[in-house]
Ligand binder design. Structure first.
Ligand code: ADP
Ligand code: MG
Length: 505
């Protein structure tokens, strides 16, 4: 019997890694262990254990099995009997440490964990590595970068005081706080007259400091005469906000938000939470590659782990067909499954409109304007909160413009009906995000855009054109606009959120 089994997609990933990634053609079979070990290494880099759903192989046909001899070199010997490249004990020790249990005594568990890690690593390669990227560069990022890559930009304090002097401002640095991507300087301005020049001088400051297209930002503080100046740092000093942090915030949440979601952290690294039940809808806009899909995943994982998960139903619409792939095994979706056909999407949206009207009538019968008011009157309406997530609104409307009407109607009555919309688009123009939809979706998330005019379409203000990309965002709610660095949610984070959700309800 072989020790490790993998599915067809995994096997294809191995071949892609070897042929396209490593550029090795000859003796292909003999090289597969390289890909298997790289996948193991990539998985061991993640701080959370791989999800148990990896035990189940959906696509066995076209998959493959491997003996430990191939994977870890178990039992390999030179002709004289000396062990040769036998890393089996090493692998077993690494996994024992990772899982905090002695796997030397439990061969079945060792094999199972090894398979989970290898399959997770291959999945990371599959979802994270784009053909346009050099594989070695990707691998380097995957194996050696990430949250631990936090090197402080030492010279920045000096360069900033030089730059302030150069634009004629006297300021005293009170405190410096290193956020994930920006450094916040709390500047004490002895003369209030310096406030206007520093605001006007931000462009010059950026120029002197060499910030490129990014800007320095000013925020008021509640300390007298102290202003916060945020300076973006070099990319090699950034730290990633990891998916397990989001899991932790959601699992330990004790506040009273009904549908808390955590898109990321603020400039100084504190988790940023907003209540989707209050929002009550969200538009997520940004250029291709700015991090919209990752952001949607953060919102969905928040909901699956959040306090209302037992009273929650998701409706996932993905006209691009691939982005919501990880949610295929999620049970109880509105519409029965992830919706990928535009026709089907419209049918499901119309069904939601009917649901909305039923709910509105129920509320009218008990004399309440919305679910919360009914609750206050002591009437518990037995309805679920429904969150509809559309991955690429423009694609949906292009394929079926009639899908807009039900969206507009749903947008108008969220508070009463408990049905919320999260709409993502890379083209937030008037055609996609029309006046009717706009006015009923006041909460917006803008990821990086190219032009100030695009920022205005999403947020009604500029700023998103000066973000640093890769999940950097501005979030606008009734409370104002906040800069947030997004959580980098991986397929693995999604898988464990789903497993937990289905286990506990
Ligand atoms: N919060 C984040 N932190 C770090 N990198 C991110 C983050 N969000 C996105 N990225 C990077 O940007 C890439 C593109 O993100 P994606 O969500 O697919 O963009 P979009 O959907 O806007 O095209 C991701 O593959 C990832 O490498
Ligand atoms: Mg996307």
């Amino acid at each position: 019997m072989s020790d490790i089994s993998i599915g067809a997609l995994d096997e294809q990933t191995i071949e892609r890694v070897i042929e396209q990634g490593l550029g090795v053609r000859a003796k292909r079979d003999a090289r597969k262990w390289v890909a298997l070990r790289l996948a193991l290494a990539a998985s061991l880099r993640l701080p959370t254990p791989p999800d148990e759903s990896l035990d189940h192989i959906e696509d066995r046909k076209g998959g493959n099995s491997y003996h430990l001899e191939q994977v870890t070199g178990k039992g390999l010997r030179h002709e004289d009997g000396e062990p040769r490249q036998d890393y089996d004990d090493t692998a077993c020790a690494l996994l024992s440490i990772f899982h905090q249990m002695n796997l030397f005594d439990d061969y079945a568990a060792y094999r199972r964990f090894l398979q989970r890690h290898i399959r997770r690593g291959l999945r990371e390669f599959r979802t994270g590595w784009r053909d346009s990227h050099d594989f070695h560069e990707f691998l380097f990022q995957e194996l050696f970068s990430g949250e631990s890559r936090h090197a402080v930009d030492d010279g920045l304090v000096d360069r900033l005081s030089g730059a302030l002097e150069e634009i004629g401002i006297t300021a005293e640095t009170r405190r410096v706080v290193e956020g994930p991507r920006l450094t916040r300087f709390f500047l004490y301005l002895p003369s209030a007259d310096d406030l206007a020049p520093i605001t006007r001088g931000l462009g010059k400051l950026g120029h002197i400091l060499g910030l490129g297209a990014q800007n320095a930002f000013l925020t008021h503080t509640d300390e007298p005469k102290v202003i916060a100046l945020d300076i973006p740092r070099r990319q090699d000093t950034w730290s990633t906000v990891m998916g397990y942090q989001l899991a932790d915030w959601a699992d330990k949440y004790e506040g009273d938000f009904l549908l808390p979601v955590w898109p990321g952290v603020d400039v100084i690294g504190n988790p940023f939470v907003l209540d989707l039940a209050v929002a009550p809808h969200l538009l997520v806009g940004g250029t291709t590659g700015s991090g919209k899909s990752v952001c949607l995943n953060a919102l969905i994982v928040s909901l699956l782990r959040g306090p209302s998960r037992e009273r929650l139903q998701l409706c996932l619409i993905d006209p691009k067909r691939v982005e919501f792939e990880p949610y295929r095994r999620l049970e109880g979706l509105f519409g029965g499954e992830v919706i990928t056909e535009a026709q089907e999407a419209r049918a499901v949206l119309l069904q939601l409109v009917v649901e909305m009207e039923t709910r509105t009538q129920l509320l009218a019968q008990v004399g309440a304007r919305d679910l919360a008011e009914a609750h206050q009157h002591g009437v518990m309406l037995d309805v679920l909160r429904i969150v509809v997530v559309v991955e690429e609104l423009a694609d949906l409307l292009m394929q079926d413009e009639d899908a807009e009407m039900p969206l507009v109607r749903l947008a108008g009555k969220a508070r009463a009906s408990g049905i919320h919309l999260v709409l993502a688009t890379q083209r937030p123009d008037a055609a996609t995000f029309s006046g009717l939809l706009r006015s009923n979706i006041p909460s917006r998330i803008a990821l990086t855009v190219q032009k100030a005019s695009e920022s205005k379409i999403i947020l009604d203000e500029t700023g998103a054109d000066h973000l640093t990309g890769q999940g950097d965002m501005l979030i606008k709610t009734a409370q104002g606009t906040t800069r947030v660095h997004g959580v980098k949610v991986s397929t693995d984070d999604i898988a464990s959120a789903i497993s937990r959700y289905q286990r506990n309800g």
